[in-house]
Design a protein. Structure first.
Length: 117
């Protein structure tokens, strides 16, 4: 099982980034996919979630209205489009795959997003 994030980097406030997560080794279309983030000195928190078929999304925290999560089940990919980035969005962003019954969780290693002028 692998989840490999990409697309992080340094961006100026107000800019945009699109994070990508490539999944392999499991039945991607059966899993809810989540993006979590962990800012320096803080706990990991959920940023966005998308249902297995992609029909339902959920956003948490300050990303609401600025972040968009979407997935391509044919390509085993999930994305996080981040607009109007703020310095407080600086964090390591992690891709997570979650399934219930029985519960399974897979994690990527993360990609660093730094928002700074």
């Amino acid at each position: 099982v692998q989840l490999v994030e990409s697309g992080g980097g340094l961006v100026q406030p107000g800019g945009s980034l699109r994070l990508s997560c490539a999944a392999s080794g499991f039945t991607f279309s059966r899993y809810v996919m989540n993006w979590y983030r962990q800012a320096p000195g803080k706990e990991r928190e959920l940023a966005a979630a998308i249902s297995s078929a992609g029909g339902s999304t959920n956003y948490a925290g300050s990303g609401k209205g600025r972040f968009t999560i979407f997935r391509d089940n044919a390509k085993n990919m999930v994305y996080l489009q981040m607009n109007s980035l703020k310095p407080e969005d600086t964090a390591v962003y992690y891709c997570n795959a979650h399934r219930n019954g029985p519960s399974m969780d897979y994690w990527g290693k993360g990609t660093l997003v730094t928002v700074s002028s």
